[in-house]
Structures are given as C-alpha cells and as structure tokens.
Design a protein around this ligand. Structure first.
Ligand SMILES: [Zn+2]
Length: 86
C-alpha cells in the first residue's frame, strides 16, 4: 500500500486494523492519527456546538472502497492500539 497523507494536515496516514469484534468487521483503513490535525482538533468544538456531544473524528481513507469518511472517536487515545505496521 503506498503512503498517503492527510489532506487536512499533510501527515502520513497510519494503517489501522479494525478490531474483529467491532461492528465494522475486520477492515484495514488509513487514518490520520495526528492530534494536531485541524480536522481532529476542531471536530471537538464543532460536535459540541452542533450536537452537544463530546466526540470528534479523524480523517479516514478506506482503500477497499477508495473513499474517505470521518472516523468518530470519543477520546484522543481511541484506536491507537489498533494501529499496525509503521
Ligand atoms: Zn490530519
């Protein structure tokens, strides 16, 4: 898989393996795990102001579908233990 970068912060995307027990099924995504990414850091404010919920999202690219979509997270640590490779 070739390296891809986040369109919001330019950081290299990390390979993320979904937990087999998750509702997503076992999938492999490319996700921006930069905590300073504006997409992620501004997401907290946006979600709280719009929906009164404490969550944000990270930029995610699904290589199988060739599409990107936000990955909702409830903490900055969420998902870190499912990053594979490097
Ligand atoms: Zn980013």
């Amino acid at each position: 898989m070739k390296d891809m970068t986040c369109p919001h912060c330019g950081d290299k995307l990390k390979r993320f393996q979904t937990p087999p027990e998750s509702s997503w099924g076992q999938r492999s995504w490319l996700v921006c795990f930069n905590d300073h990414c504006p997409y992620f850091s501004e997401g907290w404010t946006h979600m709280h102001e719009q929906y009164r919920v404490v969550c944000s999202y990270r930029y995610r690219f699904d290589p199988a579908l060739g599409q990107s979509a936000p990955m909702v997270v409830y903490s900055a640590e969420m998902g870190l233990d499912h990053i594979v490779g490097e």
